[in-house]
Design a binder for this molecule. Sequence first.
Ligand SMILES: Nc1nc2c(ncn2[C@@H]2O[C@H](COP(=O)(O)OP(=O)(O)OP(=O)(O)O)[C@@H](O)[C@H]2O)c(=O)[nH]1
Ligand SMILES: [Mg+2]
Length: 272
Amino acid sequence: MTDIRPSQKPFIVIPTYNEAGNIVGALNRIRLAVPNARVIVVDDSSPDGTADLVKALVVDDEYIDIRVRPAKSGLGSAYRFGFKLARESGATAVIEMDADLSHEPEALPELLNALDDGAEMAIGSRYIPGGESPGLSPSRLALSMGGNIYARIALGIPVKDATSGFRAYRPSLLDSIDLDTVSADGYGFQIEMVFRATLLGAKIAERPIIFNQRTEGVSKMSRMIVIEAISLCSVWGLQRRFRQLRGNDTDFVPYHKGNKSVVRTLVSSIKG
Ligand SMILES: Nc1nc2c(ncn2[C@@H]2O[C@H](COP(=O)(O)OP(=O)(O)OP(=O)(O)O)[C@@H](O)[C@H]2O)c(=O)[nH]1
Ligand SMILES: [Mg+2]
């Protein structure tokens, strides 16, 4: 039997909300960078007609799929939806990236190489040698670096850029994580996925990326997204500490919105 390499049939999931100025250019550059990749665009009924632009491309391009959801429902839920679709379609690798060209499509082969070399998750990282975020405002840099430091300390995750939204997964890792129990929607989603992979003992690689500032459209980053990430990290961090105090740092399901209340989750962590 010949080995199936992750790079054989990669699926790229791109969530979009008002990305009409970016999506066509992004899809064209992706096609050049990874000609065999399939793309699933998950659009939340963008008022600017993003989905119509993609639908026009789909006519000639069987490798692009567009799914339109009825309302804006968050980045994390768009990824969970797209990841499941990619799995059902036989993906050998599942990639997430933004539509706004902050993530350079030309870096995709390097992420796929990392999976081919044995990684289960390959993160495009701004905070390892060779990684950069040119033009990022001091306040966004502070938020991003601060978020990463807090996540590393609270959760004990071994990566430098846990909030990066440019990454590739082996499908088997997504199956093990169980996407229905992943709850965050903004930056918290990226941290949650790294945390869950770490708890499973997954092999995580980081590859340097240049993170460019968007030139078209507007950011969907909001105060709520930051509050969600800090709150979830704090709960997971407390859960982890309670477990460690009881000498059991493994074998627990991190709090997620679907299971039970935060208080009940923390109490059961204290009880072990
Ligand atoms: N489907 C869907 N996509 C979303 C939603 N929110 C954001 N996105 C997309 O997710 C990607 C990342 O969003 P951005 O606004 O670029 O957020 P960001 O990269 O954290 O912020 P900037 O660096 O300021 O661009 C983009 O492709 C967005 O269009 C959402 O609620 N639903
Ligand atoms: Mg962006």
